[in-house]
Each structure stands twice: as C-alpha cells, then as structure tokens.
Design a protein around this ligand. Structure first.
Ligand code: 13P
Length: 222
C-alpha cells in the first residue's frame, strides 16, 4: 500500500462557520499523490461540506453510523441517510461514540452485508471482529489507544509498530488486506515518524486536523 491515508476527524470542535471555512481552506491545498485524504465533519454539516470538496480528491466521511435502515432509531444516523447525501463511508466505534452507542458489533453486522464502507476504531485487538471483515469492499482499521486521544501523549513508534504488526498478522490469517491507521495526538511534529513506519498505513487525526496549518503540516510530512 503506497498511498498513506490521512483522516481528519473534526469531532465537535468546530461550529458551522468554522467548518465551512476550514473546508474551503483544505480544498485549496495541493496534496501530493502519496496521500489520500478524508475529512469527517459534524453530521449536520456533511451535505454542504461534501459540495465544497466535490471537485477535489478529498473524501468527506461521517463520524458515526448507528444502523443500516432502521426506521425506529431516534437520533440515529443510518446508512440510508448517509447514502442520500452521497456520503460513502463512516467512522465506526470511535471510543468517544462507543460510550453512548449500542454494541458496535451489532452495527457492523448490519452494515457489512450491505457493503457500506467504514473506518473501524479499536483499542484492543480483541475488539476487531476478524471473522466479519471482508476484502469485498474497502474497510479501514484505526488503532486508537484511549490514553493517547486528545492528551498530547502520542504512542511511541515501537508501541504502534508492535500493535499494528500483531493486527497485520491476524489479518493475514484471515487473508484480509486492510490498511491500519494510528490515531492519538498525531501532530505535525510526530506525523512524519509515524507515517514513515511500514506498519502504519495512515493516521486518524483529531484536534490537529481542525487547524489548517497543523493539518497541512501533517499532509506535507510524507
Ligand atoms: P486527537 O488527535 O485529538 O488525539 O484525536 C484522535 C482521535 O480520536 C481521532 O479519531
């Protein structure tokens, strides 16, 4: 996998104006062919932001999906809602949404059969349902140790490599070819070292992705 994947998860850091402003700035960045970029704004702004990135190679993805098509899912975000807005992928099981959502495994059981693309976050290897994963459509994994999220305490390269290596071996056992990203306090000062690792297929960036100069620094670090 030559291209590294860089995803900006804006969480709920930005209001409407800030999200639009950042989107317009990011859409003007000259991005190297080495990287593939995705941004994940608040659900409420997905449609408008998707239009902004329409003419670029940047993909706009959702921060969460709660069911496939359920009609009795108050406050939920369904795959059909997202497909309606031409949003083709969602983060799933982020540690911050896992706190309030139903079992992410259940969501995966609903969205995998309908081939909806996703970025599955995990902090422990046994949270990955290897038997459900498939090569039939694009799936991305993201190792996000909770202690590194938003704390400024990035995991060491050795630690990241160790976990990613274990996951890659397991993926091989299941004949799966799935990229693994690292997330947790990635910033422009540490992104190069992380992205240079052969075990790391990209990064999932929170806070630093909401500041144009930081995000641009990360995009340019490889
Ligand atoms: P930070 O980069 O702010 O630590 O957040 C990581 C994260 O949770 C990305 O999904």
């Amino acid at each position: 996998m030559n291209q590294k994947i860089i995803i900006g998860n804006w969480k709920n850091y930005l209001n409407y104006e800030e999200s639009i402003h950042l989107s317009k700035k990011i859409s003007k960045i000259n991005i190297s062919n080495n990287v593939r970029v995705m941004v994940s704004p608040n659900h409420l702004y997905l449609n408008e932001i998707n239009q902004i990135f329409n003419e670029t190679n940047i993909e706009v993805i959702a921060q969460n999906v709660t069911s496939s098509e359920s009609k009795s899912d108050t406050g939920g975000i369904t795959v059909s809602n997202l497909k309606n807005l031409n949003i083709k992928r969602s983060i799933v099981a982020h540690s911050e949404s896992r706190i309030r959502e139903k079992n992410p495994q259940k969501v995966l059981e609903e969205i995998i059969p309908i081939a909806y693309q996703f970025v599955l976050c995990f902090e422990e290897i046994d949270q990955i349902p290897f038997n459900l994963l498939t090569n039939k459509f694009e799936i991305i994994l993201a190792y996000e140790p909770v202690w590194a999220i938003g704390t400024g305490e990035t995991a060491s390269i050795d630690h990241i490599n160790e976990i990613h290596k274990k996951v890659k071996l397991k993926l091989e056992d299941f004949s799966l070819e799935i990229p693994i990203l690292y997330g947790g306090s990635v910033n422009p000062s540490n992104s190069r070292d992380i992205l240079e690792s052969d075990y790391v297929d990209g990064v999932l960036v929170g806070g630093a992705s909401t500041k144009i100069d930081h995000f641009e620094g990360i995009l340019n670090s490889i």
